[in-house]
Design a protein around this ligand. Structure first.
Ligand code: NIG
Ligand code: FE
Length: 413
């Protein structure tokens, strides 16, 4: 990275961005601003002005001006759901998966998430930092400028804190902004296999208060799933975290619809994630609760599962965000560009709807829509210049990185 501070982006062929400070739902999800022959002026890392034609560049040095060469410019992509910090990989599960062994069976047999827990517990903070920083380097090269990172591979006090401290350090030391979520309710660790109530006690009475005390997470997430955490357990955990200042997120209806999305609406969760097996009652609840549906198409792709009902959610007025779910088990990819392709082809969303889902709505899903997610005066200068002249081109091409340049907080990456 060369740390070049940018004060103007000129000669933008099309500047495409959603607008506003909140998530967009229904028809508004597909309504974006599309400015031809545009420019952006940047001051101290924030957008000062945007407009069309040639701006007044008086006082701006030549090396602070970025010429977009007639290309498409969008906001930086926001990845609102990742499990960024983990030890090792799980390539050894691929053949099991291809042979048809279900994801939850691998977990029930002590593999899956629990395998990664073992590898994460063994790793030092330094090792975890370096591995996740490398992933962030890869993400920003693909256009992602802000990332949410969940814990959940520690499953005890020491190792959950370790993961969250790494995420905090990444936020401080890497150009990509990192927002943390406590997800200690990701699986029941093997030492509590025969005593899950003691694990719940540990979460409620020790881990949530400790994480709140160190201010290590803005959100709390729970894997509400068959054989993992049921609705009553999920509710108790999320209410406890709310009382400690953490807003709720839920891994809901990823494999089975056991009531996770209904609970998300009831608790006014900021977002409900996955929603592959979502029922009509879940859609109604999300709408009532003002909850954002965070869909993860690359997980459907990798697990060979159906694609979530994006069109029904949009028609019902639920804002849709799209994220990668980057993790070693159900989605070993952090490419939001790939997710965008999958969303267009499988959710049948328009280019404009998908753009909103990976920018403004994703920002809203991590409570950052007031400062990122769109290109507007007053927001951070996080943007991507694409090797594309139209928005549709991003969705038409797949499998290669179409990023030409990324600007993060006004710095050319
Ligand atoms: O979102 N489902 C729970 N968590 C992740 C997978 C984690 C893993 O398999 O390591 C998910 O799919
Ligand atoms: Fe996930």
């Amino acid at each position: 990275m060369n740390d070049q501070r940018i004060c103007a982006v000129i000669n933008i062929g099309i500047l495409a961005t959603p607008k506003g400070l909140k998530a967009k739902a229904g028809t508004q999800q597909g309504e974006i601003l599309s400015l031809k022959n545009a420019y952006l002026l940047i001051e101290d890392g924030f957008i000062k002005e945007l407009g069309t034609g040639t701006p007044d560049l008086t006082g701006i040095k030549a090396d602070q001006i970025l010429d977009a060469g007639g290309r498409l410019v969008t906001p930086g992509l926001v990845d609102a759901h990742t499990h960024l910090v983990f030890g090792g990989w799980r390539a050894h599960e691929l053949q099991q998966k291809l042979a048809g062994v279900p994801y939850l069976d691998i977990l029930a047999a002590g593999g899956g998430i629990l395998n990664t827990v073992g590898q994460t517990r063994k790793a030092t903070e330094n090792e975890l930092f370096n591995k996740a920083a490398k992933a962030l380097d890869g993400m920003i090269a693909l256009g992602t400028t802000t990332v949410e990172a969940k814990s959940g591979y520690g499953l005890d006090l020491e190792n959950e804190l370790k993961q969250l401290r790494v995420a905090k350090q990444l936020d401080e030391r890497h150009l990509v902004d990192v927002v943390s979520t406590l997800m200690v309710a990701h699986a029941v660790p093997s030492e509590y296999k025969h005593n899950r109530n003691a694990f719940l006690d540990l979460i409620l009475n020790t881990i949530i208060p400790a994480v709140a005390q160190e201010n290590l997470a803005a959100f709390c997430d729970v894997f509400c799933e068959t054989g993992v955490f049921d609705v009553a357990e999920s509710k108790a955990i999320l209410l406890c975290a709310q009382a400690h200042g953490m807003r709720s997120k839920i891994h809901a209806d990823e494999i089975d619809a056991i009531g996770g999305s209904e609970l998300a609406g009831e608790l006014k969760a900021i977002s409900a994630e996955h929603l592959i097996a979502l029922q009509d009652s879940g859609i109604a609840s999300l709408k009532t609760g003002g909850t954002i549906a965070c869909l993860l198409p690359a997980t459907s792709f990798y697990l060979g599962k159906p694609y979530a009902r994006a069109q029904n959610l949009i028609a019902a007025g639920v804002p849709v965000a799209i994220a990668s779910d980057f993790n070693p088990g159900s989605c070993p990819s952090y490419s939001l560009q790939f997710c965008m392709n999958l969303a267009a082809y499988n959710y049948r969303m328009s280019s404009e709807q998908v753009l909103t889902s990976v920018t403004l709505n994703a920002a809203a899903a991590i409570d950052k829509a007031k400062i990122i997610g769109s290109l507007e005066a007053g927001k951070l200068a996080d943007l991507v210049i694409w090797d594309a002249e139209t928005l549709d081109f991003l969705f038409y091409r797949f499998g290669s990185n179409l990023v030409k340049s990324v600007v993060k907080r006004g710095i050319l990456v």
